[in-house]
Design a protein around this ligand. Structure first.
Ligand SMILES: Nc1ncnc2[nH]cnc12
Ligand SMILES: [Zn+2]
Length: 343
């Protein structure tokens, strides 16, 4: 019997995943299968060789590979399979509700119609509650390193599908692309009742977090790590209980923090921030939702009550109706963290 089989394992705590790019769940095995099906040649001979390329120095070095690998995603079926694969994994990791980002401009720029992307994703999401026990929402992200006009064009192209979309987000290369660039498209999103979130303070300065709140009306901040450099901003985020969707394994892989043991998550919790734990791009960063929970548990010596607080925060921060939120919070309350060993 191996040593590993005696390691304690934990039933994953029920949680909501609020910061998850569906394109970032593209595992090398699926990438190769789709490449073959679609006649796309990848510049890697094997899945192992591709995995070896997952060594990033910053956000941009990751984004270069992330966008390049999307070449294999071409049809509605591809997007459906991608989402199904994520939901299968998420269910194993205790995810009960997922608010899923997608990057339409990364596909329309390659000639893929926005309909293929959204209809493919929705085919998987529509059966998610029954098949995986996971409720879902879609959040359409604008690429901040593209122009404001391009964001407006994709928003126009998505008009027939807006009833399938819960909100809009902002992602891609942060520094040099401040939130205010997207004021107009966020105003249009707000006018039709869409929820608003934005990546800010991952690599960019605290002023981008303020701008996301003040100019875009962001209700949640994705990452938000660099708020800690601005005590006045922290005070505001605590006072208003603005959720921050933190992604610990991502932060280490993209070198936003040096080590997991040095991650500011405990400081953020101590400050009273409404922090949640998420996976960001799990196929690239070494773990899905509960892998992130387990990693911070070990590296930061978090106790069960802190993990329970993080799980509860995820449902508090989710775009759920109050009845569903209460039901999920009751699941968190009723969860026991007892370890079990198998083998
Ligand atoms: N961590 C991240 N930051 C910004 N844009 C992204 N797109 C996918 N993952 C991202
Ligand atoms: Zn992200």
């Amino acid at each position: 019997m191996s040593f590993l089989s005696h390691r304690p394992r934990y039933r994953p705590v029920p949680k909501a995943e609020l910061h998850l790019h569906i394109e970032g769940t593209l595992e090398p095995e699926l990438a190769f299968a789709l490449a073959e099906r679609n006649g796309v040649t990848l510049p890697y001979a094997t899945t192992d060789e591709l995995r070896r390329a997952y060594s990033f120095t910053d956000l941009q070095s990751f984004l270069d590979l992330y966008y390049a690998l999307m070449a294999v995603l071409r049809t509605e079926d591809d997007f459906c399979e991608l989402a199904d694969a994520y939901l299968t994994r998420a269910a194993e990791q205790g995810v009960r509700h997922a608010e899923i980002f997608f990057d339409p401009q990364a596909h329309t720029a390659r000639g893929i119609p926005v309909a293929a992307v959204i209809e493919g994703l929705c085919r998987a999401l529509d059966r998610s509650e029954q098949q995986y026990g996971i409720t879902t929402q879609l959040i359409m992200c604008f690429l901040r390193d593209q122009s404001a006009e391009s964001a407006m064009e994709v928003f126009d192209a998505a008009q027939p599908f807006l009833h399938r979309i819960a909100g809009v987000g902002l992602d891609s290369a942060e520094v040099g692309n401040p939130p205010a660039k997207f004021r107009a498209v966020y105003e249009r999103a707000a006018a039709v009742g869409l929820r608003r979130v934005a990546h800010a303070g991952e690599e960019g300065p605290p002023s981008y977090i303020r701008e996301a709140l003040d100019v875009l009306g962001a209700e949640r901040i994705d990452h938000g790590l660099r708020c800690l450099e601005d005590p006045g901003l922290v005070e505001r985020l605590v006072r208003d209980q603005v959720p921050l969707t933190v992604c610990p394994l991502s932060n280490v892989r993209l070198r936003c923090v040096d080590t997991l043991a040095g991650h500011p998550l405990p400081r953020m919790l101590d400050a009273g921030l409404l922090v949640t734990v998420n996976s960001d791009d799990p196929a690239y960063f070494g773990g899905y939702a509960d892998d992130n929970f387990r990693a911070v548990r070990e590296a930061l010596a978090l106790d069960d009550e802190t993990l329970r607080r993080l799980a509860a925060n995820s449902f508090r921060a989710a775009f759920l109706d109050e009845t569903t939120r209460a039901a999920y919070l009751a699941e968190v309350d009723g969860h026991t963290f007892t370890a079990f060993t198998d083998g």
